[in-house]
Design a protein around this ligand. Structure first.
Ligand code: ZN
Length: 240
């Protein structure tokens, strides 16, 4: 079920068991947009079903926060335009060549191309890994991009962060809501979930210049500004 967190913003809450992240729905007068596509066609279907059950218009576009499987593997099933930063799209391009067999997955774990946490959760989400399909975006931007949905604006900005090399944040200006992907989390691919201190400090300095009131991390409850500060203090104390 959708949860409305501001006048134009609803989310389908994250779920730990299948590693499904929060999906955002931004309700514009002219068109509506999703933030992240979901980890599988089933996840996306749950989102589209929840939107229709709330009598809201179907989204025409989806903006991707970063390339990780849980945010992108439903892109091929989205009945509209998919939008991603050039860096995200380029990494997705590499993933389109991955094979989805037990052997290929085991080999990627061995070489470090895939992380253990992702491998485990992909197998929980998908009954049949042969169904996995990765595609690149329909619309690719470099630098920043602004989407005028009618009465509400989505501003996509890349920020160097400790989680992935390609992350953008999406600021819903009128509602002062920020979707951050998983930017506060460590890097599961290169550092086994650990933090690069420089990237972490760069990120928190940059992101806090954005005038948000509500912060949506992919796998946590929406937070106030004070709560994000507390989270970062905790990360600094425990991880850096
Ligand atoms: Zn991620």
């Amino acid at each position: 079920m959708l949860s409305q967190i501001s006048p134009h913003v609803h989310i389908l809450p994250f779920e730990e068991e299948r590693d499904r992240p929060n999906l955002g729905y931004i309700h514009g007068e002219d068109y509506s947009m999703l933030i992240d596509a979901g980890n599988s066609p089933a996840h996306l279907k749950a989102m589209l079903g929840a939107i229709s059950a709330s009598d809201l218009p179907a989204p025409k576009a989806v903006l991707i926060t970063h390339w990780h499987w849980d945010h992108t593997f439903a892109m091929h099933a989205f009945p509209g335009l998919t939008v991603a930063h050039e860096k995200t799209d380029s990494i997705l391009g590499t993933l389109t060549e991955w094979e989805w067999t037990e052997e290929a997955m085991a080999e990627r774990l061995r070489t470090g191309e895939e992380c253990e946490f992702c491998d485990t959760h992909i197998k929980i989400e998908y009954g049949d890994i042969a169904e996995i399909r990765v595609v690149q975006a329909d619309i690719v931007f470099d630098g920043s991009a602004t989407f005028n949905l009618g009465g509400v604006t989505v501003e996509a900005t890349p920020i160097t962060n400790p989680h992935s090399d390609d992350g953008i944040v999406a600021f819903i200006r009128e509602d002062r809501v920020l979707f951050a992907g998983d930017a506060d989390t460590g890097d599961f691919y290169k550092l086994d979930g650990g933090y690069d201190s420089d990237r972490f400090h760069h990120y928190i300095n940059e992101v806090d210049q954005i005038d948000y009131d509500t912060y949506v991390h992919g796998h946590l409850e929406p937070m106030s500004r004070a709560e994000t500060s507390a989270l970062r203090k905790q990360i600094e104390a425990e991880e850096l």
